[in-house]
Design a protein around this ligand. Structure first.
Ligand code: HEC
Length: 147
């Protein structure tokens, strides 16, 4: 009985640890860098690509950090890590960075990564719908287009 309790608490610690222990998420939100005044006029809101809505971007963020498991490789906020590239800069390894190319990339995955050791499966290997792919692509697009 003692053993069982000990085992249970060890298991509990493990479960807590692998969940990140609650609210210990790093403050990795995109730094609010002021957009360079390159466009002449002040843009009140970002010009989203055609067919993309703010609601899709918002849903896409939840897909990125949830059902789509994108953050497990690209990390929270898409800043990149050892397993997957930064999605917040304007350097693209496989695509031109347009919304369509991001959708396409997520649909097909990256069977032969340019710089990373492991591949990306279609849809990141997650059981997400095409609609969720469009949404998460919208979110990814905003990461490198100043939000
Ligand atoms: C198992 C790890 C993994 C997961 C999960 C994953 N990716 Fe990737 N992703 C990669 C790798 C590896 C590449 C290609 C890197 C290379 O070419 O060196 C990549 C590339 C990309 C690119 C193109 C980047 C570029 O510079 O060309 C996008 C966009 C992208 N992923 C979005 C996503 C989204 C959205 C999700 C979630 C639906 C996701 N990824 C899930 C590993 C992952």
């Amino acid at each position: 009985m003692k053993d069982l309790m000990r085992y249970t608490s060890i298991l509990l610690i493990f479960v807590l640890a692998s969940c990140g222990g609650g609210d210990s998420a790093p403050p990795a939100e995109e730094a609010q860098e002021p957009a360079p005044a390159e466009e002449g006029m002040a843009a009140p809101a970002m010009d989203l690509p055609e067919g993309v809505t703010a609601a899709m971007v918002a849903e896409g963020e939840t897909v990125f950090t949830g059902a789509g498991i994108c953050f497990t490789c690209h990390l929270e906020g898409g800043v990149g890590g050892p397993l997957a590239p930064d999605l917040t800069d304007d350097v693209w390894l496989n695509i031109d960075g347009s919304y369509e190319s991001i959708v396409q990339n997520i649909m097909t995955g990256v069977p032969e990564p340019v710089e990373h050791p492991g591949l990306m499966l279609p849809k990141g290997g997650a059981p997400i719908t095409d609609e969720q792919v469009n949404a998460v692509a919208a979110y990814v697009w905003t990461l490198s287009n100043g939000s």
